[in-house]
Design a protein around this ligand. Sequence first.
Ligand code: HPA
Length: 279
Amino acid sequence: MDWFEEVTKAAAYLKSRLTAVPQVAVVLGSGLGFLESQMKDAISIPYGEIPGFPVSTVPGHSGRLVSGSLGGTPALLFCGRVHLYEGLSPQKVAMQVRTAGLLGVKAVLLTNAAGGLDPTWTPGEIMLITDHVNLQGTNVLCGPVESRFGERFVDLTDAYDAELRSQVRRQARAMGIVVREGVYLGLLGPSYETRAEIRMFRLLGVDAVGMSTVQETIAARQLGMRVLGFSVVTNMAAGLSFGKLSHDEVKETAARVQKRFSELLVASVRTAGQVVSGG
Ligand code: HPA
């Protein structure tokens, strides 16, 4: 498969439909498909219409791209993502981010639902990702060298942009929104973790666990895009609270924080737009 060709086709199709060059892209995770109503001059394109685009099979993940202006910044909103556990390759998982990159996007905001490992946190908290650990057992850069996407050996030191993070922290403070910071662990899923795994991950310095984001971050960094990552801690990780973990709990908590989180995301898109346009 020529992935560059695949992504180029998707980008060419979108170019024919979009009216503005987007600066910032947002990928919305489980149960977080809410930001769309905030978009001005929105054009909505179902993933099924975009050549080669994978369509999500997960309840709570809608599947459309919305282009428009968010807080005055030309933006793309990916409402719904796909995951490795759906049986898709990392290259398919990264198609959204790579297509955004070929369309001229300079910063991506990746959101996800995650289990929290810090016992002092409670479900509903928002965590800015400072760094990740990739234990998904694969890497989107595996395969033939594709220099049109960038380097083969991509540097992931400071993968989550320090300047943007500090701006978001400042914004959050001004808005009265509490934001945690921590390390995100990307796992394959789709089963949740065992208690023993969570005990091990705590020893390793992980703050939140999830089943997405890391491949997208790697692909975005290869293309030179700036990355911000946000985890909504939808539940305490296995063994850290009573009861069973369930996707319903994940969706319920995500729904509960929608308003606060969407306000923070709009502000973050605006900030990222200002930084990447040098304004
Ligand atoms: N583990 C893995 N992924 C998740 C979790 C979790 O506890 N919650 C939401 N996504």
